[in-house]
Design a protein around this ligand. Structure first.
Ligand SMILES: Cc1cc2nc3c(=O)[nH]c(=O)nc-3n(C[C@H](O)[C@H](O)[C@H](O)COP(=O)(O)O)c2cc1C
Ligand SMILES: O=C(O)C(=O)c1ccccc1
Length: 376
């Protein structure tokens, strides 16, 4: 689709805060708050965005920037955009078409999609909607290890090309806003599909989810997170899949070194968008030390706080191989379904392209040259 076509079809919401407001208008207070809020006093949520102001770009001019290359390579795969879609669960709460609307938009723009375990549609339905779009599967490693294996094998069969294990969620963060609202997306029926359609999960129930919904939800809640999980367990997953394994939620450089020791294939520096440990370091402030510790041995990806083109460029300049976007595309979805996500992609890609051009760079791959990013 040409930019002109997109411009005429969609209502412009260029400002991130406007997009957030548009989403807010479409959602109930409980759902909007669930998406927007962080844990605790939201110190980390605020720190994520604030941290970007500390880093400044130093452009160099008089280079041909008439065409900018936004493609990147991660784990031998080339992606057309420097951003992937972060795994976000329960998207049916944001829009009835949920993950499917996002996947259709991703397909048009060839944006790689990281599907959440707690999706409203199954990982197979999402894969169908994605067609040949690159995709990874985010795993919440269940207490039920056979179920974990089943998820991974289903993902492999459905064409997902990496497993992203989220390590920052041994338990759900203390999210005061959701507790106040008594809003729990699983209890509302969002994020169940992968479990309720899984033969192993179903075999654990005395009655099927269709017969006894509440009992099925209770079982799901009981096994979703696995607080006993340790580094040594990674070998178990290795036995069951040949797919690359990426850890999401790395903040300490020591964890990135352990990741390499335990033969992990990549890490995502992330604090879950300020939704897990409140008071945790801003994701951007954690990035340089992780990049240094990893020293090019495995890819380093990044999320938490990316809102605009210069944010993407700063993160790549600081040594990340790629970024993931979270809330912005969820707001696009809530605002206007597939069209809203396409509008967000169109704006973000134009913004990244313009950022590179006005920084004198014709390729996102040259952003890591020394001297391009400075601390204030
Ligand atoms: C509503 C919502 C649901 C999320 N669900 C998941 C999830 O299922 N699995 C996961 O690993 N991360 C999940 N995340 C975290 C995102 O993958 C990502 O780390 C975060 O959104 C990045 O922060 P940002 O949105 O502020 O950029 C979720 C985030 C949001 C906002
Ligand atoms: O909301 C989230 O961030 C999230 O990851 C999650 C996962 C499972 C249940 C509830 C929330």
């Amino acid at each position: 689709m040409s930019n002109e076509a997109v411009k005429s079809k969609l209502s412009p919401t260029y400002h991130y805060k406007d997009l957030e407001k548009q989403a807010q208008k479409k959602l109930t207070h409980e759902v909007f708050t669930y998406i927007q809020s962080g844990s605790g006093n939201e110190e980390t949520l605020r720190a994520n965005e604030e941290a970007f102001k500390k880093y400044k770009l130093v452009p160099e001019f008089l280079h041909d920037v008439s065409k900018c290359d936004l493609s990147i390579s991660v784990l031998g795969q080339t992606f057309q955009t420097p951003f992937l879609l972060a795994p976000v669960g329960h998207l049916g709460a944001a829009h009835p078409e949920g993950e499917l609307a996002v996947a259709r938009a991703a397909k048009g723009y060839q944006v790689p999609y990281v599907a959440s375990t707690v999706s409203t549609y199954t990982l197979e339905e999402i894969a169908d909607a994605l067609g040949d779009t690159p995709r990874w599967f985010q795993l919440y490693w269940s207490k039920d290890s056979e179920l974990t294996v089943s998820f991974v094998q289903r993902a492999e069969k459905a064409g997902y090309s990496a497993i992203v294990i989220t390590i920052d969620t041994p338990a759900l963060g203390f999210r005061e806003a959701n507790l106040t609202n008594q809003f729990f997306p699983v209890r509302e029926g969002y994020g169940l599909a992968n479990y309720f359609q899984d033969p192993i999960f179903r075999s654990r129930l005395n009655e099927s989810p269709e017969e006894n919904w509440d009992a099925a939800i209770d079982e799901l809640v009981k096994i979703t997170f696995h607080p006993k999980l340790t580094w040594n367990d990674l070998a178990f997953l290795r036995k069951h899949t040949n797919l690359p394994i990426i850890l999401k939620g790395v903040l300490h450089p020591k964890d990135s070194i352990r990741a390499i020791e335990y033969m992990v294939d990549g890490v995502i520096v992330s604090n879950h968008g300020g939704r897990q440990l409140d008071g945790a370091v801003a994701s951007l402030d954690a990035l340089p030390k992780v990049v240094e510790a990893v020293n090019g041995k495995i890819p380093v990806l990044f999320d938490s706080g990316i809102r605009r083109g210069p944010d993407v460029v700063k993160v790549i300049s600081l040594g990340a191989d790629a970024v993931l976007i979270g809330r912005p595309y969820v707001y696009g979805l809530a605002h206007n379904g597939q069209d809203g996500v396409e509008e967000l992609f169109n704006h973000l890609l134009t913004d990244i392209d313009t950022t590179l051009a006005t920084a004198g760079k014709s390729s996102i791959r040259t952003c890591q040259l020394p001297g391009f990013v400075n601390i204030r």
